[in-house]
Design a protein around this ligand. Structure first.
Ligand code: SF4
Length: 368
């Protein structure tokens, strides 16, 4: 068998054009190939009949490396969780959340995560490796091509239309910045996956230098900060990365993040009984965010936490929210989706059970 000429997914239109030139072809074939991959989602080069036969023969020795499905689970609320295997055997997860008027896909940017947030089940995996652009985009292409999805379609009814994308699955996207930025370009390109940056949200713990780079990137997505505490003392305990980037430094970077009209930075706040859910916490949160265009998503802690944290009571959650909204800070209670299949925020850990290496492999040193 001929040696592979390489992976096609994850290359920008310009890179595909340059590849064509390398092969002695006209550069515009790169744009054609790009359109076939992302607009028409033709993942078999043989079906790209707008390309010449000789070019298709050359392309036949390239790879279009979609992940392999290990397991799909459907929750009672219609949420689908995919456990996918990458070419080297690493496992990742992504979650499709259908709603009345939109379909949101939550994708992973790393296999595992090095950040060790104490309330997060994904953290138990430790860190495996960063995903490349082909692997980041491959999750989307896999789900869009899943013919077994009987969800209500927002699009033409023939396929589930993807209306919103969140980079909030396994991993910290800003620790894989270069690959994430490249994926964002293909995602937002009208000739690529054509998803408006306003419909893409990147969720981060708030790595300040990378956050500032993201603010300058060609495609700037919505920003969500996983905050979950109102003092450095508590956040140090919940999210060890806070020792390196304390709350004030994150808020300053958020203040400098470019926002379009009506756009706000989202702060995610996982409520934990007796840890971060007091009236004083709520009042402090209002003060912290007073000078930012922001909103707060309140997330009840999901069950199954290994470190003994408990979810706040519904009464406490409501009281917390009332204090925020009473002071004019928009705050929304997020209904956990897919809890029965562990697809909710901070619960992506099924990959651990399917991994041959289930020990923690590495952690980012957060003490320096
Ligand atoms: S909450 Fe996010 S950043 Fe923190 S350990 Fe879990 S996956 Fe990593």
């Amino acid at each position: 068998m001929a040696a592979s000429r390489g992976e096609l997914l994850g290359l920008t239109a310009d890179e595909l054009g340059a590849l064509m030139v390398d092969w002695g072809e006209k550069p515009y074939h790169g744009r054609q190939l790009y359109g076939a991959l992302y607009r028409r989602r033709q993942l078999d080069t043989g079906s790209m009949t707008d390309l010449s036969k000789s070019l298709r023969q050359k392309l036949a020795s390239c790879t279009i490396g979609l992940p392999r499905l290990i397991r799909r689970q459907r929750a009672c609320d219609g949420t689908d969780k995919y456990l996918l295997e990458l070419t080297d055997g690493e496992k990742i997860e992504c979650v499709l959340i259908p709603e009345r008027k939109r379909n949101t896909l939550c994708i992973s940017t790393q296999a595992g995560c090095p950040l060790d947030c104490r309330f997060c089940l994904t953290a138990m995996l430790g860190f495996r490796r960063n995903l490349n652009p082909a692997e980041i985009l491959g999750q989307i292409l896999y789900v869009l091509g899943d013919k077994n999805l009987p969800i209500g379609s927002v699009g033409d009814g023939s396929r589930p239309a993807l209306t919103n994308l969140v980079l909030m699955g396994m991993g910290e996207p800003l620790l894989n910045l270069e690959n994430v930025l490249k994926s964002l370009i293909i995602l937002a390109d009208p000739g690529g996956l054509a998803l408006s940056p306003r419909r893409i949200t990147l969720s981060t713990v708030g790595l300040v230098p990378q956050l500032r780079k993201l603010a300058q990137a060609p495609v700037v997505p919505n920003l969500a900060i996983s905050l979950s505490a109102t003092t450095d003392e508590v956040r140090d305990r919940l999210m060890p990365i806070n020792r390196r980037y304390p709350i004030d430094s994150i808020l300053q970077a958020c203040a400098d993040y470019p926002l379009k009209r009506n756009q706000r930075v989202t702060f995610e706040y996982v409520l934990m009984d007796g840890v971060n859910d007091s009236d004083d916490d709520a009042r402090r949160l209002v003060k912290l965010l007073a000078h930012l265009r922001s909103k707060v998503n309140l997330l009840p802690l999901n069950p199954g936490n290994a470190n003994g944290f408990r979810p706040s009571s519904p009464r406490r959650v409501n009281r917390f929210r009332e204090i925020l909204t009473g002071k004019g800070l928009p705050a929304y209670l997020r209904r956990p989706r897919g809890m029965d299949i562990y697809a909710a925020c901070g619960q992506l850990h099924l990959a651990a059970a399917h991994s041959s290496r289930t020990t923690r492999t590495s952690r980012l040193d957060t003490n320096s």
